[in-house]
Design a protein around this ligand. Structure first.
Ligand code: GLC
Length: 535
């Protein structure tokens, strides 16, 4: 059967923080030369595409999402030549590479802002959003609630307030100014000309401001984003544009346009509901949100994730659900940040292997293109004593050597995790390489198994009724390939499962165990099965 699906619809992605991965020059920061030496590890996971987080020159007040130069590389991470070498080395291994593009805002250190604040008559003044009073756009919510009292900050040099949806060190760019569009188009071209495979577009709902609105998802924003897509299609066909828009499914739909805006959007609302369902032993939140998710245009795809570099966001749940999630998953106040939880995957699951397996198997069998966060493949921990979201961005734990084999420096940019059970001396890639049942090898097994089934890669989903709220079952189906029946026990007690319609092989049992038709299956606590009909 000829398969004409675009590559990103069936891929698995990997989120890479260059600073955290491997330091090649002993300055305590990961860099592109170091990451090149670890590409074989990334490739071995079975992923297809790497998302490189911001690597631009930046004062790093928001870990690089505060860009001071859109066409350079931060000296901590290397040079443009190092970036090119990384790109070539990835491509040579059949790995694609996308980068973050931060269009909504830049750093106050960016020369545009420096020129704008210094001179009212500078052409750059109008690159930003100014006001004499902090009274405009009152209906826009504050996103970084724990640190920012307002979306306006008074700049004494400029003698006016400037608008910012995130940190006050990140002024928003003014998309009412066509010159800003041209600047961004040229930034995109710069990287696309170098050969990157696309962008993860940061914080796209907030590009425009309009009085009387919440300044999110405005029609003007979609007009601009469609122009971005036209540029890609016309000049760089085959490259992908992925939206980071933390919104409800119905508000996300316009980001796909009629297939003429983003090809891929992160599905934010499903994520907290996976954790909710697992803790409650109740599938309802998952079913409800997927039933609330509208069909998307041909050629587009959702992107799903369990964790990323940010706090586990609870923006897309009700206030009651948020409170419950905080109580369950962030009992200590230091674990909470803004409207979220700043912990990594494994600590969220209490280092419980059964929960880890169930959640990963569930995540990898749902519709959408999955993305993994570096370190979660070995069950890395976090450090809640670090500020902001840094506790989830500590050095990758490669080995039991000093600094976890991450760096030969005296000091690293953040300390490695050295507390049990996530201590690098016991939890590291080298140790797990040798153990067939390690998280690392299970991750590889799960991804390879998923990617081996066209129905799991991009098939349709149909719920299978079960009378038990803890037992989640669905079928994934696509033409010309076997259907996969996915069955999960979300609770920590033994549950009666289904009677299988035919003799079926469990893809998740590494011995290829076959279950006979019509027999009631008994589901172990947190059991996960992917069944295909036995030929
Ligand atoms: C996105 C990034 C986050 C950053 C914010 C502002 O949400 O994921 O890390 O702080 O944008 O750029």
């Amino acid at each position: 059967m000829s398969d004409t699906k675009p590559w990103y619809q069936e891929a698995v992605f990997f989120e890479l923080n260059i600073r955290a991965y491997r330091d090649s020059d002993g300055d305590g920061n990961g860099d592109f030369r170091g990451a090149i030496t670890k590409l074989d590890h990334i490739k071995s996971l079975g992923v297809d595409c790497i998302w490189v987080q911001p690597m631009y020159p930046s004062p790093l007040r928001d870990d690089g999402y505060d860009v001071a130069d859109y066409t350079g590389i931060h000296t901590d991470f290397g040079t443009l030549d190092d970036f090119r070498a990384f790109l070539d080395a990835a491509h040579a291994r059949g790995l694609r590479v996308i980068i973050d593009v931060v269009m909504n805002h830049c750093s106050i250190d960016h020369p545009w802002f420096q020129a704008a604040r210094a001179d009212r008559n500078s052409p750059y003044r109008d690159y930003f959003v100014w006001s004499d009073t902090p009274e405009k756009y009152k209906e826009a919510r504050i996103i970084f609630l724990d640190t920012e009292p307002s979306n306006w900050t008074y700049d004494t040099v400029a003698g006016q307030y400037f608008w910012h949806r995130f940190y006050s060190s990140q002024p928003d760019l003014n998309y009412d100014n066509p010159a800003v569009h041209e600047e961004m188009f040229n930034v995109l071209r710069f990287w696309l000309d170098m050969g990157i495979d696309g962008f993860r577009a940061d914080a796209v709902p907030y590009l425009y401001e309009r009085e009387g609105t919440n300044c999110e998802n405005l029609p003007e924003t979609h007009v601009f984003l469609k122009a971005v897509r036209r540029l890609l299609d016309a000049e760089y066909p085959g490259r992908v544009l992925i939206a980071e828009a933390n919104q409800w499914p119905e508000d996300l739909l316009p980001y796909f346009g009629d297939g003429d805006e983003f090809q891929v959007c992160f599905h934010f609302p499903i994520m907290p509901r996976l954790y909710m369902a697992l803790k409650r032993g109740d599938k309802t939140p998952i079913i409800d949100i997927l039933n609330r998710t509208p069909p998307i245009p041909p050629g587009t795809q959702w992107m799903t994730f369990l964790r990323n570099h940010d706090e586990l966001t609870l923006e897309m749940v009700t206030p009651e659900e948020r409170q419950w999630m905080w109580e369950q998953y962030a009992p200590e106040l230091r674990m909470r940040l803004n409207l979220g939880i700043r912990r990594r995957l494994m600590p969220l699951l209490d280092d419980d292997r059964r929960r880890w397996l169930a959640l990963n198997a569930l995540f990898l069998s749902l519709p959408g293109t999955p993305i993994l966060y570096y370190g979660d493949e070995i069950g890395m921990g976090d450090n809640i004593w670090l500020e902001d979201r840094h506790g989830c961005r500590t050095p990758m734990q490669w080995s039991a050597e000093r600094h976890a084999g991450f760096s030969e420096a005296a000091r690293t940019y953040q300390p490695v995790i050295d507390q049990p059970p996530y201590d690098y001396r016991t939890r590291n890639a080298a140790a797990q390489e040798a153990d067939p049942d390690s998280y690392l090898n299970l991750t590889r097994f799960l991804i390879a198994t998923r990617q081996g089934q066209p129905a799991l890669r991009a098939g349709a989903l149909a719920w299978v009724e079960t009378s038990d709220a803890a037992v989640l079952a669905f079928r994934r189906m696509t033409e010309g390939a076997p259907a996969v029946l996915c069955l999960f026990n979300l609770s920590d007690s033994v549950r009666p499962g289904l009677a299988l319609p035919a003799d079926m092989r469990d893809l998740l049992s590494r011995e290829g165990r076959v279950f006979a038709a019509k027999q009631q299956i008994e589901l172990a606590p947190f059991a996960a099965h992917w069944f295909v009909e036995e030929a």
